[in-house]
Write a protein that binds this ligand. Sequence first.
Ligand code: NAD
Length: 494
Amino acid sequence: MTVTDDHTTLTRPHLGPRQLFIDGQWRESVSGARTDIVDPSTGEVITSVADGDVADLEAAVAAARTAFDDGRWSALPGRERARILHRVADLVRERADELVAVESVDVGKPISLCRAVDIITIAEQYEYASALAQTLGGANRETPLDAHAYTRREPLGVVGAITPFNFPLILSSSKIAPALAAGNTVVHKPAEDTPLSALLMAEILTEAGVPAGVVNVVTGKGSTVGEALLQHPSIDKIAFTGSTGIGRHAASVAGQNLKPVTMELGGNAAHIVFEDADVEKAIGAIIKGFVFNTGQFCMGGPRLLVARPLYETVVGILADAVPGVPVGDPFDPATVVGPMAADKHVRKVEEYVEIARADGGRIVAGGERLDLNGGFYYKPTVIADLPNTSRVVQEEIFGPVLTVQPFDTEDEAIELANGTEYGLASGLQTANVARAHRVAARLQAGIVFVNDWAMLDPAVPFGGVKNSGFGREYGAEALESYTKVKSVIISLAD
Ligand code: NAD
Protein backbone atom coordinates (compact mmCIF):
# COMPACT_ATOMS: atom_id res chain seq x y z
CA MET A 1 0.00 0.00 0.00
CA THR A 2 1.60 3.23 -1.15
CA VAL A 3 0.16 6.61 -0.30
CA THR A 4 1.11 9.40 -2.66
CA ASP A 5 0.33 13.11 -2.47
CA ASP A 6 -2.15 13.16 -5.33
CA HIS A 7 -4.26 16.24 -4.74
CA THR A 8 -6.31 16.06 -7.93
CA THR A 9 -9.82 17.37 -7.39
CA LEU A 10 -12.98 15.51 -8.30
CA THR A 11 -16.66 16.38 -8.18
CA ARG A 12 -19.39 14.26 -6.62
CA PRO A 13 -20.94 11.94 -9.22
CA HIS A 14 -24.63 12.07 -10.16
CA LEU A 15 -25.72 8.48 -9.99
CA GLY A 16 -28.84 6.98 -11.48
CA PRO A 17 -30.66 4.06 -9.83
CA ARG A 18 -28.62 0.87 -10.07
CA GLN A 19 -29.81 -2.66 -10.90
CA LEU A 20 -28.62 -6.21 -10.25
CA PHE A 21 -26.07 -7.73 -12.63
CA ILE A 22 -27.07 -11.29 -13.53
CA ASP A 23 -25.99 -13.35 -16.54
CA GLY A 24 -24.42 -10.33 -18.20
CA GLN A 25 -27.60 -8.23 -17.93
CA TRP A 26 -28.81 -5.40 -15.74
CA ARG A 27 -32.09 -6.36 -14.06
CA GLU A 28 -34.52 -5.10 -11.50
CA SER A 29 -35.08 -7.44 -8.56
CA VAL A 30 -37.99 -9.85 -8.94
CA SER A 31 -39.79 -8.08 -6.09
CA GLY A 32 -39.09 -4.62 -7.55
CA ALA A 33 -37.94 -3.42 -4.11
CA ARG A 34 -35.18 -0.81 -3.86
CA THR A 35 -32.83 0.42 -1.12
CA ASP A 36 -31.65 4.01 -0.72
CA ILE A 37 -27.93 4.68 -0.66
CA VAL A 38 -26.74 7.52 1.56
CA ASP A 39 -23.70 9.80 1.22
CA PRO A 40 -22.03 9.50 4.67
CA SER A 41 -20.55 12.98 4.39
CA THR A 42 -24.00 14.63 4.26
CA GLY A 43 -26.50 11.99 5.37
CA GLU A 44 -28.40 12.59 2.11
CA VAL A 45 -29.78 9.91 -0.21
CA ILE A 46 -27.74 9.88 -3.43
CA THR A 47 -29.27 6.98 -5.32
CA SER A 48 -30.90 3.59 -4.84
CA VAL A 49 -30.00 0.01 -5.67
CA ALA A 50 -32.21 -2.97 -6.39
CA ASP A 51 -32.98 -4.80 -3.15
CA GLY A 52 -32.32 -8.36 -4.29
CA ASP A 53 -33.95 -11.37 -2.70
CA VAL A 54 -33.76 -15.15 -2.78
CA ALA A 55 -35.31 -15.38 -6.29
CA ASP A 56 -32.62 -13.05 -7.67
CA LEU A 57 -29.91 -15.02 -5.93
CA GLU A 58 -31.29 -18.22 -7.47
CA ALA A 59 -31.08 -16.66 -10.94
CA ALA A 60 -27.51 -15.48 -10.30
CA VAL A 61 -26.36 -18.89 -9.05
CA ALA A 62 -28.02 -20.60 -12.03
CA ALA A 63 -26.23 -18.23 -14.41
CA ALA A 64 -22.88 -18.79 -12.69
CA ARG A 65 -23.42 -22.56 -12.67
CA THR A 66 -24.17 -22.68 -16.40
CA ALA A 67 -21.24 -20.38 -17.15
CA PHE A 68 -18.92 -22.66 -15.21
CA ASP A 69 -20.27 -25.94 -16.55
CA ASP A 70 -20.21 -24.97 -20.23
CA GLY A 71 -16.54 -23.95 -19.92
CA ARG A 72 -16.90 -20.46 -21.41
CA TRP A 73 -14.39 -19.29 -18.79
CA SER A 74 -12.93 -22.35 -17.07
CA ALA A 75 -11.98 -24.00 -20.38
CA LEU A 76 -10.17 -20.95 -21.72
CA PRO A 77 -6.39 -21.34 -21.72
CA GLY A 78 -4.94 -19.70 -18.59
CA ARG A 79 -3.10 -17.27 -20.83
CA GLU A 80 -6.37 -16.09 -22.37
CA ARG A 81 -7.92 -15.52 -18.93
CA ALA A 82 -4.70 -13.70 -18.01
CA ARG A 83 -5.07 -11.36 -20.99
CA ILE A 84 -8.61 -10.44 -19.95
CA LEU A 85 -7.65 -9.95 -16.29
CA HIS A 86 -4.82 -7.67 -17.35
CA ARG A 87 -7.31 -5.68 -19.40
CA VAL A 88 -9.41 -5.31 -16.22
CA ALA A 89 -6.38 -3.75 -14.50
CA ASP A 90 -5.85 -1.39 -17.44
CA LEU A 91 -9.50 -0.32 -17.35
CA VAL A 92 -9.33 0.24 -13.59
CA ARG A 93 -6.45 2.65 -14.18
CA GLU A 94 -8.22 4.30 -17.13
CA ARG A 95 -11.50 4.68 -15.23
CA ALA A 96 -9.86 5.54 -11.91
CA ASP A 97 -11.67 8.87 -11.47
CA GLU A 98 -15.05 7.23 -11.93
CA LEU A 99 -14.19 4.45 -9.46
CA VAL A 100 -12.81 6.93 -6.91
CA ALA A 101 -15.90 9.14 -7.15
CA VAL A 102 -18.30 6.21 -6.66
CA GLU A 103 -16.34 4.58 -3.83
CA SER A 104 -15.80 7.90 -2.03
CA VAL A 105 -19.39 9.06 -2.19
CA ASP A 106 -20.61 5.62 -1.08
CA VAL A 107 -18.16 4.91 1.76
CA GLY A 108 -17.00 8.43 2.70
CA LYS A 109 -13.40 7.65 1.72
CA PRO A 110 -11.13 10.66 1.11
CA ILE A 111 -10.55 10.82 -2.65
CA SER A 112 -6.78 11.24 -2.30
CA LEU A 113 -6.47 8.03 -0.29
CA CYS A 114 -8.98 6.16 -2.43
CA ARG A 115 -6.98 7.02 -5.55
CA ALA A 116 -3.61 6.20 -3.97
CA VAL A 117 -4.62 3.06 -2.10
CA ASP A 118 -7.86 1.44 -3.23
CA ILE A 119 -7.54 2.02 -6.98
CA ILE A 120 -3.85 1.17 -7.19
CA THR A 121 -4.42 -1.92 -5.05
CA ILE A 122 -7.21 -3.34 -7.19
CA ALA A 123 -5.30 -2.65 -10.41
CA GLU A 124 -2.36 -4.53 -8.90
CA GLN A 125 -4.64 -7.32 -7.68
CA TYR A 126 -5.83 -7.92 -11.24
CA GLU A 127 -2.30 -7.66 -12.63
CA TYR A 128 -1.12 -10.17 -10.06
CA ALA A 129 -4.10 -12.45 -10.78
CA SER A 130 -3.27 -12.20 -14.47
CA ALA A 131 0.20 -13.55 -13.71
CA LEU A 132 -1.24 -16.29 -11.50
CA ALA A 133 -3.62 -17.41 -14.24
CA GLN A 134 -0.57 -18.37 -16.30
CA THR A 135 1.02 -20.44 -13.55
CA LEU A 136 -1.87 -22.78 -12.84
CA GLY A 137 -0.52 -26.29 -13.19
CA GLY A 138 0.17 -29.57 -11.49
CA ALA A 139 3.27 -31.57 -10.72
CA ASN A 140 4.77 -34.93 -11.57
CA ARG A 141 4.93 -37.25 -8.56
CA GLU A 142 7.62 -39.87 -8.44
CA THR A 143 6.13 -43.21 -7.39
CA PRO A 144 7.35 -46.83 -7.06
CA LEU A 145 4.12 -47.88 -8.78
CA ASP A 146 4.46 -48.96 -12.37
CA ALA A 147 2.64 -45.78 -13.23
CA HIS A 148 2.98 -42.17 -14.24
CA ALA A 149 1.41 -39.98 -11.54
CA TYR A 150 0.70 -36.29 -11.70
CA THR A 151 -1.55 -33.67 -10.15
CA ARG A 152 -3.85 -31.16 -11.81
CA ARG A 153 -5.07 -27.94 -10.22
CA GLU A 154 -8.69 -27.38 -11.20
CA PRO A 155 -11.13 -24.58 -10.41
CA LEU A 156 -13.66 -25.25 -7.66
CA GLY A 157 -16.75 -24.13 -9.60
CA VAL A 158 -19.10 -21.38 -8.44
CA VAL A 159 -17.68 -19.13 -5.72
CA GLY A 160 -20.00 -17.18 -3.40
CA ALA A 161 -18.26 -13.95 -2.37
CA ILE A 162 -19.66 -11.98 0.59
CA THR A 163 -17.97 -8.68 1.40
CA PRO A 164 -18.16 -5.99 4.13
CA PHE A 165 -18.78 -2.25 3.94
CA ASN A 166 -15.34 -0.83 4.63
CA PHE A 167 -13.19 -1.61 1.57
CA PRO A 168 -15.73 -2.55 -1.09
CA LEU A 169 -13.38 -2.44 -4.08
CA ILE A 170 -10.33 -4.02 -2.48
CA LEU A 171 -12.14 -6.81 -0.65
CA SER A 172 -14.29 -7.83 -3.59
CA SER A 173 -11.33 -7.81 -5.98
CA SER A 174 -9.23 -9.80 -3.50
CA LYS A 175 -11.75 -12.60 -4.03
CA ILE A 176 -12.95 -12.15 -7.59
CA ALA A 177 -9.50 -11.69 -9.20
CA PRO A 178 -7.91 -14.95 -7.95
CA ALA A 179 -11.21 -16.83 -8.32
CA LEU A 180 -11.32 -15.80 -12.00
CA ALA A 181 -7.61 -16.52 -12.48
CA ALA A 182 -8.28 -20.11 -11.45
CA GLY A 183 -11.27 -20.43 -13.83
CA ASN A 184 -14.15 -20.19 -11.35
CA THR A 185 -17.37 -18.24 -11.79
CA VAL A 186 -18.65 -15.90 -9.06
CA VAL A 187 -21.79 -14.67 -7.37
CA HIS A 188 -20.95 -11.57 -5.35
CA LYS A 189 -23.07 -10.11 -2.55
CA PRO A 190 -21.65 -6.74 -1.50
CA ALA A 191 -22.48 -5.01 1.79
CA GLU A 192 -25.94 -3.40 2.04
CA ASP A 193 -24.64 0.11 2.73
CA THR A 194 -21.82 0.28 0.17
CA PRO A 195 -22.68 -1.74 -2.96
CA LEU A 196 -22.05 0.85 -5.70
CA SER A 197 -18.48 0.06 -6.73
CA ALA A 198 -19.27 -3.66 -7.08
CA LEU A 199 -21.79 -2.76 -9.77
CA LEU A 200 -19.31 -0.48 -11.54
CA MET A 201 -16.71 -3.27 -11.44
CA ALA A 202 -19.24 -5.62 -13.08
CA GLU A 203 -19.37 -3.12 -15.95
CA ILE A 204 -15.56 -2.98 -16.14
CA LEU A 205 -15.18 -6.76 -16.05
CA THR A 206 -17.65 -7.04 -18.93
CA GLU A 207 -15.87 -4.34 -20.92
CA ALA A 208 -12.59 -6.23 -20.41
CA GLY A 209 -14.09 -9.37 -21.95
CA VAL A 210 -15.23 -11.48 -18.97
CA PRO A 211 -18.12 -13.47 -20.51
CA ALA A 212 -21.75 -13.14 -19.38
CA GLY A 213 -22.65 -15.18 -16.30
CA VAL A 214 -19.07 -15.46 -15.06
CA VAL A 215 -19.42 -12.65 -12.49
CA ASN A 216 -22.87 -11.83 -11.09
CA VAL A 217 -23.65 -9.17 -8.49
CA VAL A 218 -26.73 -9.39 -6.28
CA THR A 219 -27.22 -6.43 -3.97
CA GLY A 220 -29.42 -7.04 -0.94
CA LYS A 221 -29.50 -7.90 2.72
CA GLY A 222 -27.23 -10.35 4.46
CA SER A 223 -30.17 -12.03 6.14
CA THR A 224 -31.81 -12.86 2.76
CA VAL A 225 -29.36 -12.81 -0.17
CA GLY A 226 -26.31 -13.57 1.97
CA GLU A 227 -28.03 -16.38 3.81
CA ALA A 228 -29.36 -17.92 0.57
CA LEU A 229 -25.86 -17.77 -0.90
CA LEU A 230 -24.43 -19.58 2.13
CA GLN A 231 -27.10 -22.27 1.96
CA HIS A 232 -27.18 -22.80 -1.81
CA PRO A 233 -26.23 -26.34 -2.87
CA SER A 234 -24.77 -25.14 -6.20
CA ILE A 235 -22.17 -22.95 -4.50
CA ASP A 236 -18.79 -24.68 -4.33
CA LYS A 237 -16.95 -22.28 -2.03
CA ILE A 238 -17.77 -19.37 0.26
CA ALA A 239 -15.26 -16.51 0.44
CA PHE A 240 -16.44 -14.38 3.36
CA THR A 241 -15.09 -11.14 4.78
CA GLY A 242 -16.93 -9.51 7.64
CA SER A 243 -17.46 -9.58 11.37
CA THR A 244 -16.51 -12.50 13.58
CA GLY A 245 -20.15 -12.99 14.64
CA ILE A 246 -21.54 -13.37 11.10
CA GLY A 247 -18.42 -15.27 10.04
CA ARG A 248 -18.99 -17.83 12.79
CA HIS A 249 -22.50 -18.40 11.43
CA ALA A 250 -21.29 -18.53 7.81
CA ALA A 251 -18.59 -21.08 8.69
CA SER A 252 -21.08 -23.29 10.51
CA VAL A 253 -23.50 -23.31 7.56
CA ALA A 254 -20.63 -24.08 5.18
CA GLY A 255 -19.53 -26.82 7.57
CA GLN A 256 -22.99 -28.41 7.50
CA ASN A 257 -22.86 -28.38 3.69
CA LEU A 258 -19.20 -29.48 3.63
CA LYS A 259 -18.18 -26.50 1.50
CA PRO A 260 -14.73 -24.94 1.69
CA VAL A 261 -14.63 -21.44 3.15
CA THR A 262 -12.21 -18.57 3.56
CA MET A 263 -12.98 -16.50 6.66
CA GLU A 264 -11.52 -12.99 6.86
CA LEU A 265 -12.96 -11.69 10.13
CA GLY A 266 -12.55 -8.99 12.77
CA GLY A 267 -9.32 -7.64 14.19
CA ASN A 268 -8.01 -5.60 17.12
CA ALA A 269 -4.29 -5.33 16.49
CA ALA A 270 -1.67 -4.25 18.99
CA HIS A 271 1.05 -1.86 17.91
CA ILE A 272 4.08 -2.15 20.22
CA VAL A 273 6.60 0.69 20.62
CA PHE A 274 9.81 -0.54 22.25
CA GLU A 275 12.13 1.86 24.05
CA ASP A 276 14.70 1.64 21.23
CA ALA A 277 12.18 2.75 18.54
CA ASP A 278 12.59 5.80 16.33
CA VAL A 279 9.74 7.69 18.01
CA GLU A 280 9.31 10.36 15.35
CA LYS A 281 8.91 7.72 12.64
CA ALA A 282 6.74 5.58 14.89
CA ILE A 283 4.25 8.41 15.47
CA GLY A 284 3.44 8.57 11.74
CA ALA A 285 2.83 4.81 11.64
CA ILE A 286 0.76 4.93 14.84
CA ILE A 287 -1.53 7.65 13.51
CA LYS A 288 -1.86 6.00 10.10
CA GLY A 289 -2.58 2.70 11.85
CA PHE A 290 -5.64 3.99 13.67
CA VAL A 291 -7.10 6.78 11.48
CA PHE A 292 -6.70 5.08 8.10
CA ASN A 293 -10.15 4.57 6.55
CA THR A 294 -11.56 6.39 9.62
CA GLY A 295 -10.53 3.42 11.74
CA GLN A 296 -12.84 1.12 9.78
CA PHE A 297 -9.86 -1.07 9.02
CA CYS A 298 -9.71 -4.72 10.10
CA MET A 299 -5.92 -4.51 10.04
CA GLY A 300 -5.75 -1.15 11.80
CA GLY A 301 -3.65 -0.77 14.95
CA PRO A 302 -6.09 0.53 17.61
CA ARG A 303 -4.18 -0.79 20.67
CA LEU A 304 -0.93 1.03 21.28
CA LEU A 305 1.49 -0.54 23.76
CA VAL A 306 4.38 1.72 24.74
CA ALA A 307 7.54 0.94 26.75
CA ARG A 308 7.07 2.71 30.10
CA PRO A 309 10.07 5.09 29.73
CA LEU A 310 8.46 6.48 26.54
CA TYR A 311 4.83 6.29 27.67
CA GLU A 312 4.10 9.88 28.71
CA THR A 313 6.24 11.26 25.85
CA VAL A 314 4.28 9.30 23.24
CA VAL A 315 0.91 10.16 24.85
CA GLY A 316 1.92 13.86 24.83
CA ILE A 317 3.01 13.82 21.18
CA LEU A 318 -0.25 12.10 20.16
CA ALA A 319 -2.30 14.61 22.19
CA ASP A 320 -0.63 17.42 20.20
CA ALA A 321 -0.57 15.77 16.77
CA VAL A 322 -3.90 13.94 16.45
CA PRO A 323 -6.17 17.03 16.58
CA GLY A 324 -4.19 18.34 13.58
CA VAL A 325 -5.09 15.39 11.32
CA PRO A 326 -7.29 16.86 8.56
CA VAL A 327 -10.83 15.53 9.02
CA GLY A 328 -13.49 16.64 6.59
CA ASP A 329 -15.24 16.34 3.25
CA PRO A 330 -13.91 13.27 1.41
CA PHE A 331 -14.02 15.24 -1.85
CA ASP A 332 -11.56 17.81 -0.48
CA PRO A 333 -8.18 16.51 -1.73
CA ALA A 334 -6.52 17.60 1.53
CA THR A 335 -8.80 15.43 3.70
CA VAL A 336 -7.10 12.50 5.41
CA VAL A 337 -10.02 11.29 7.57
CA GLY A 338 -13.56 11.25 6.20
CA PRO A 339 -16.87 10.39 7.84
CA MET A 340 -17.69 6.89 9.03
CA ALA A 341 -19.71 4.88 6.50
CA ALA A 342 -23.00 5.03 8.45
CA ASP A 343 -24.42 6.76 11.49
CA LYS A 344 -24.76 3.43 13.34
CA HIS A 345 -20.95 3.14 13.31
CA VAL A 346 -20.59 6.59 14.95
CA ARG A 347 -23.10 5.60 17.61
CA LYS A 348 -21.07 2.46 18.34
CA VAL A 349 -17.91 4.56 18.78
CA GLU A 350 -19.80 6.93 21.11
CA GLU A 351 -20.83 3.97 23.27
CA TYR A 352 -17.25 2.72 23.53
CA VAL A 353 -15.93 6.17 24.45
CA GLU A 354 -18.53 6.35 27.22
CA ILE A 355 -17.33 2.97 28.49
CA ALA A 356 -13.74 4.28 28.37
CA ARG A 357 -14.71 7.24 30.55
CA ALA A 358 -16.43 4.92 33.03
CA ASP A 359 -13.37 2.64 33.08
CA GLY A 360 -11.05 5.52 34.03
CA GLY A 361 -9.63 6.21 30.57
CA ARG A 362 -7.86 9.57 30.07
CA ILE A 363 -9.08 11.08 26.78
CA VAL A 364 -6.17 13.11 25.44
CA ALA A 365 -7.57 13.81 21.96
CA GLY A 366 -11.03 13.76 20.38
CA GLY A 367 -13.72 11.96 22.35
CA GLU A 368 -16.70 13.45 20.50
CA ARG A 369 -18.57 13.72 17.23
CA LEU A 370 -17.59 16.33 14.70
CA ASP A 371 -20.59 18.33 13.55
CA LEU A 372 -20.00 18.88 9.82
CA ASN A 373 -22.51 19.12 6.94
CA GLY A 374 -24.86 16.57 8.56
CA GLY A 375 -22.26 13.82 7.98
CA PHE A 376 -21.27 10.86 10.16
CA TYR A 377 -18.04 12.26 11.58
CA TYR A 378 -16.16 11.34 14.76
CA LYS A 379 -12.97 13.08 15.83
CA PRO A 380 -9.85 10.87 15.93
CA THR A 381 -9.62 9.91 19.59
CA VAL A 382 -6.75 8.84 21.85
CA ILE A 383 -7.47 7.25 25.24
CA ALA A 384 -4.66 6.56 27.73
CA ASP A 385 -4.50 4.58 30.98
CA LEU A 386 -7.30 2.05 30.39
CA PRO A 387 -6.96 -1.30 32.17
CA ASN A 388 -6.35 -4.24 29.86
CA THR A 389 -9.66 -5.75 30.95
CA SER A 390 -11.70 -2.81 29.62
CA ARG A 391 -14.04 -3.74 26.78
CA VAL A 392 -12.62 -0.74 24.92
CA VAL A 393 -9.26 -2.53 24.80
CA GLN A 394 -10.58 -6.05 24.30
CA GLU A 395 -13.29 -5.55 21.67
CA GLU A 396 -13.21 -4.39 18.06
CA ILE A 397 -14.44 -0.76 17.99
CA PHE A 398 -13.91 -0.27 14.25
CA GLY A 399 -13.64 3.51 14.46
CA PRO A 400 -10.92 6.19 14.78
CA VAL A 401 -10.05 5.34 18.39
CA LEU A 402 -6.61 4.51 19.83
CA THR A 403 -6.04 3.16 23.32
CA VAL A 404 -2.56 3.56 24.85
CA GLN A 405 -1.15 1.28 27.56
CA PRO A 406 2.35 1.05 29.09
CA PHE A 407 4.44 -2.12 29.46
CA ASP A 408 7.65 -2.95 31.34
CA THR A 409 9.17 -5.97 29.59
CA GLU A 410 9.24 -7.59 26.15
CA ASP A 411 7.35 -10.58 27.55
CA GLU A 412 4.64 -8.35 28.98
CA ALA A 413 4.27 -6.50 25.65
CA ILE A 414 3.81 -9.79 23.81
CA GLU A 415 1.35 -11.05 26.42
CA LEU A 416 -0.74 -7.87 26.13
CA ALA A 417 -0.53 -7.93 22.32
CA ASN A 418 -1.73 -11.53 22.18
CA GLY A 419 -4.31 -11.00 24.91
CA THR A 420 -7.51 -10.62 22.89
CA GLU A 421 -9.67 -13.05 20.95
CA TYR A 422 -8.36 -11.62 17.65
CA GLY A 423 -5.26 -12.39 15.60
CA LEU A 424 -5.39 -10.60 12.26
CA ALA A 425 -2.53 -8.09 12.35
CA SER A 426 0.05 -7.01 14.89
CA GLY A 427 3.06 -4.73 14.74
CA LEU A 428 6.10 -3.32 16.45
CA GLN A 429 8.51 -0.42 16.35
CA THR A 430 12.13 -1.20 17.18
CA ALA A 431 15.63 -0.42 15.96
CA ASN A 432 16.81 -3.84 17.14
CA VAL A 433 16.72 -6.35 14.26
CA ALA A 434 17.04 -9.36 16.54
CA ARG A 435 14.08 -8.14 18.60
CA ALA A 436 12.04 -7.54 15.43
CA HIS A 437 12.40 -11.18 14.34
CA ARG A 438 12.06 -12.57 17.87
CA VAL A 439 8.87 -10.68 18.67
CA ALA A 440 7.34 -11.14 15.19
CA ALA A 441 7.67 -14.90 15.65
CA ARG A 442 5.78 -14.79 18.98
CA LEU A 443 2.90 -12.52 17.95
CA GLN A 444 -0.35 -14.38 17.32
CA ALA A 445 -1.36 -12.75 14.05
CA GLY A 446 -1.64 -13.50 10.36
CA ILE A 447 0.53 -10.51 9.45
CA VAL A 448 3.13 -8.53 11.43
CA PHE A 449 4.21 -5.02 10.45
CA VAL A 450 7.65 -3.84 11.61
CA ASN A 451 8.53 -0.13 11.72
CA ASP A 452 5.50 0.95 9.66
CA TRP A 453 1.85 -0.02 9.34
CA ALA A 454 -0.52 -1.31 6.67
CA MET A 455 2.14 -2.29 4.16
CA LEU A 456 0.03 -4.58 1.98
CA ASP A 457 0.66 -6.05 -1.43
CA PRO A 458 -1.21 -8.58 -3.59
CA ALA A 459 1.89 -10.79 -3.60
CA VAL A 460 1.96 -11.10 0.21
CA PRO A 461 -0.69 -13.30 1.83
CA PHE A 462 -2.89 -11.98 4.62
CA GLY A 463 -5.56 -13.48 6.83
CA GLY A 464 -6.19 -14.25 10.45
CA VAL A 465 -5.64 -16.66 13.29
CA LYS A 466 -7.84 -17.19 16.38
CA ASN A 467 -11.21 -15.45 15.99
CA SER A 468 -9.94 -13.39 13.07
CA GLY A 469 -10.61 -16.35 10.80
CA PHE A 470 -8.70 -18.76 8.60
CA GLY A 471 -7.51 -19.08 5.03
CA ARG A 472 -5.38 -16.55 3.20
CA GLU A 473 -6.08 -13.95 0.55
CA TYR A 474 -3.42 -12.50 -1.75
CA GLY A 475 -0.29 -14.30 -2.91
CA ALA A 476 -0.10 -17.71 -4.53
CA GLU A 477 -1.99 -18.95 -1.43
CA ALA A 478 -5.13 -17.23 -2.74
CA LEU A 479 -4.96 -19.11 -6.03
CA GLU A 480 -4.61 -22.38 -4.14
CA SER A 481 -7.72 -21.58 -2.13
CA TYR A 482 -9.76 -21.28 -5.35
CA THR A 483 -8.57 -24.61 -6.78
CA LYS A 484 -8.76 -28.29 -5.96
CA VAL A 485 -6.08 -30.86 -6.60
CA LYS A 486 -6.82 -33.93 -8.70
CA SER A 487 -4.33 -36.79 -8.91
CA VAL A 488 -4.07 -38.78 -12.13
CA ILE A 489 -2.31 -42.16 -12.07
CA ILE A 490 -1.73 -43.85 -15.40
CA SER A 491 -0.64 -47.45 -15.39
CA LEU A 492 2.45 -48.09 -17.47
CA ALA A 493 1.78 -51.86 -17.58
CA ASP A 494 0.83 -53.33 -20.97
P1 NAD B 1 -20.83 -7.89 8.67
O1 NAD B 1 -20.38 -9.20 9.22
O2 NAD B 1 -21.94 -7.18 9.33
O3 NAD B 1 -21.26 -8.06 7.13
C1 NAD B 1 -20.38 -8.64 6.18
C2 NAD B 1 -21.19 -9.17 5.02
O4 NAD B 1 -21.97 -10.29 5.49
C3 NAD B 1 -22.20 -8.17 4.45
O5 NAD B 1 -22.23 -8.28 3.04
C4 NAD B 1 -23.50 -8.62 5.07
O6 NAD B 1 -24.63 -8.25 4.30
C5 NAD B 1 -23.31 -10.12 5.07
N1 NAD B 1 -24.21 -10.86 5.98
C6 NAD B 1 -24.84 -10.41 7.08
N2 NAD B 1 -25.61 -11.40 7.61
C7 NAD B 1 -25.44 -12.48 6.83
C8 NAD B 1 -25.96 -13.81 6.86
N3 NAD B 1 -26.81 -14.22 7.79
N4 NAD B 1 -25.57 -14.65 5.89
C9 NAD B 1 -24.68 -14.27 4.94
N5 NAD B 1 -24.18 -13.02 4.85
C10 NAD B 1 -24.55 -12.15 5.78
O7 NAD B 1 -19.52 -6.96 8.60
P2 NAD B 1 -19.41 -5.43 8.25
O8 NAD B 1 -19.97 -4.63 9.36
O9 NAD B 1 -19.90 -5.17 6.86
O10 NAD B 1 -17.81 -5.26 8.19
C11 NAD B 1 -17.03 -4.99 9.32
C12 NAD B 1 -16.38 -6.25 9.84
O11 NAD B 1 -15.64 -6.88 8.81
C13 NAD B 1 -15.39 -5.95 10.94
O12 NAD B 1 -15.52 -6.92 11.94
C14 NAD B 1 -14.05 -6.06 10.24
O13 NAD B 1 -12.98 -6.37 11.07
C15 NAD B 1 -14.32 -7.16 9.27
N6 NAD B 1 -13.36 -7.10 8.17
C16 NAD B 1 -12.42 -8.08 8.09
C17 NAD B 1 -11.47 -8.02 7.08
C18 NAD B 1 -10.41 -9.06 6.95
O14 NAD B 1 -9.74 -9.09 5.94
N7 NAD B 1 -10.22 -9.92 7.93
C19 NAD B 1 -11.51 -6.98 6.15
C20 NAD B 1 -12.49 -6.00 6.28
C21 NAD B 1 -13.43 -6.08 7.29
